[in-house]
Ligand binder design. Structure first.
Ligand code: ATP
Length: 350
């Protein structure tokens, strides 16, 4: 089975081909491939980089309009090169249906529909946040992990129960990456700010900032205001970056630990672009180690927005017969993970 995946929820347009000789394995509990990183042809365009400020939806959509045809064409050429000549070059087209920026999602949806219709193959509408979780589950071989999604626009804990991925805890305001990006914009750094916070924190001394966890939820806006105030008051920016990392990531680790404890699960996977941060991974690994849980963080290219995770989940959905009719394939900028009926896991799992 060979699936084309198309991703473009915000700023990174990419296309990937997921291929497996053993589609039945996709229906197994874990469905782990022997070498999961090797069975992707992975094509990624340069991400959109705003000249100043944050992501502008119109400019981002313009970038998608230019980049998506190019990455899709390249991915299909790779698929064609691996094709034996019978039937269509791919067996299905998976696309990010949401959540994300509406103007970007619409371009991705249009591209996916047109390729699927041209090749006469099924369309697979993938929830981007569930794909972040599933790529970690697939690559780790974990059975039923809790997932911490720490991305630009989101921050939440997901756990599987009764046929759906339930949101166990989430941000009450901004996404975690967007919060870091807002601070770095304030100090005059270009987007994306997260990697710059990580670099600057290496030379910083911890500064105390507000720590806001309420039950299973967290809030970042007060911390960002306090961080901006510190910068305006002349506190060295590397010190604030060190304080930001320790505070924000400790909040994420606390709620992740509580999610493991409440669900009785001993497997944690990480998803989302902020997961590329070594300090966050270190804190989560330490927390898991202390409670005897296993921790898995995918390779950075599968943490940030990427079409590989879309194609891989699309393959599982196709194996489960979970296809999407073109006339019902509108995108959904607010597509929540718990809206997705998880068709591709064993029926006996709770
Ligand atoms: P979503 O997946 O919720 O739609 P998105 O498309 O904005 O969000 P991702 O590609 O998952 O996001 O992540 C991008 C975010 O990751 C940006 O906010 C960026 O600053 C942050 N980020 C990237 N690298 C690092 C790092 N090393 N440390 C901290 N944050 C990082």
């Amino acid at each position: 089975m060979r699936i084309l995946g198309i991703e473009g929820t915000a700023w990174a347009a990419s296309a990937a081909v997921f291929e497996t000789d053993d589609p039945d394995a996709l229906r197994s509990e874990t469905g782990r491939a022997p070498d999961p990183a090797a069975d992707h042809v992975f094509i990624e365009s340069d991400p959109y980089q705003p000249d100043s400020g944050g992501i502008h939806p119109r400019e981002s959509a313009e970038h998608m309009g230019n980049a998506i045809p190019e990455v899709v064409e390249t991915a299909l050429a790779h698929a064609a090169a691996r094709h034996d000549g019978d039937g269509p070059v791919v067996d299905g087209v998976a696309f990010s249906r949401g959540p994300g920026l509406g103007p970007c999602l619409r371009i991705v949806g249009t591209a996916a529909r047109s390729v699927a219709q041209t090749l006469d193959v099924p369309l697979l509408g993938v929830n981007h946040m569930v794909a972040h979780l599933e790529i970690g589950r697939y690559q780790s071989g974990f059975d039923s992990p809790v997932c911490l999604n720490a991305s630009g626009a989101n921050a939440h804990l997901l756990g599987y129960h009764n046929g759906r991925y339930r949101v166990l805890g989430e941000t009450m305001d901004t996404g975690v990456g967007n919060a870091l990006d807002k601070f770095t914009r304030h100090v005059g750094w270009t987007h994306p700010g997260g990697p710059k916070v990580e670099k600057a924190a290496e030379d910083g001394d911890y500064v105390e900032l507000p720590y806001v966890v309420k039950g299973m939820d967290f809030s970042f806006s007060g911390i960002m205001s306090a961080a901006k105030d510190e910068a305006d008051a002349g506190t060295p920016v590397p010190d604030i970056c060190a304080g930001l990392q320790e505070t924000v990531f400790a909040m994420l680790a606390e709620v992740a630990e509580r999610a493991l404890s409440l669900t009785g699960t001993d497997e944690l996977v990480l998803g989302g672009g902020v997961g590329q941060n070594a300090r966050l991974r270190e804190m989560l690994a330490e927390m898991c180690d202390q409670r005897g849980a296993e921790f898995y963080a995918p390779d950075p290219r599968f943490l940030r927005d990427n079409a590989g995770m879309i194609a891989a989940l699309g393959a599982r959905m196709l194996a489960a017969g979970d296809t999407l009719a073109v006339e019902e394939s509108t995108v959904d900028p607010n597509f929540r993970p718990d809206q997705v009926a998880v068709t591709w896991r064993g029926a006996d799992e709770s």
